[in-house]
Design a protein around this ligand. Sequence first.
Ligand code: AVI
Length: 320
Amino acid sequence: MAQFIQLVEQRTQCIDDELVAGLTATQATTSPKYLYDALGSKLFEAICELPEYYPTRTEAKIFGKHAQEMAQAIGLGTTLIDLGAGNCAKAANLFPCLQPAQYVPIDISVEFLRDSVNKLQQQFPDIDMVGVGMDFSVDLRLPKNVRSEKRLFFYPGSSIGNFMPDDALVFLRQIKSACMQGDVADGGLLIGVDLVKENSILDAAYDDVLGVTASFNLNLLLHLNRLLDADFDLREWRHRGFFNDKLSRIEMHLEALSDQTVRWPNGVRRFERGERIHTENSYKYTRQSFISLLTEAGFENVTTWTDPQQWFMVCHARAA
Ligand code: AVI
């Protein structure tokens, strides 16, 4: 069995306060993390299979084609820290090329991760594995069992796009700090980034014809009903997903189809027809804008790989 460390706390009151503050703001907002309850995670897996949702398979092709070159840029024997590891499959595909000295999958979904890492340990008994259950977006301090040498943070899937740019910078700076051994930089980052492209391709990827993304977004209301004991009526809401080219981001919203009042114990929010809850942003970068962000965060020696259409990019950068 792999080692496993659980740092996730149940902070129910904080969750309620954060949700209520977002829902009662003039522009109602919820954090995208609430899209991922058990059903939401399954719906996201289904999104990754959709013909319109190109990021997952485009990134997989880039890894498939360039894994050897990536290993050359990165070097062997790293401490491979997998942020949002899930079923650990993306990192496991890189093991033969990267030959990590230690594998550290991190995820907030503790039980799922525990299972995944135990299975993987059986497949790769020679790699030291330490699973960590924690919310790395809040705090990236790692347990002592995680080697400090040659850390390679692995953040595929373009999840960096779900951070506001200022928060992305803070997060990348935390990664860079976690690559330092005292004053000496010893590590880097391997990250997947979705690139700016034609609006129609982006719009379709976040508003697919089967309505899977719509279900993923609407399911957030079911999750809120459970978390807050609220009474959102899903039939009274519709999904909106579109590219905002001024801000270079996909925006997902839920739009009220009628005037309505939503209630929960100790709280209430009136929504007018057409009013929206902003549920997610997914920023799209250019190669240059992302390299600038990495540089600002304290990385250097950036190597990038893309697909022939230049829809998606994988970057390796060293902590400076
Ligand atoms: C997880 N994240 C990178 C996805 C994205 O593309 O921003 C989440 C998603 N939202 C709607 N479709 C997919």
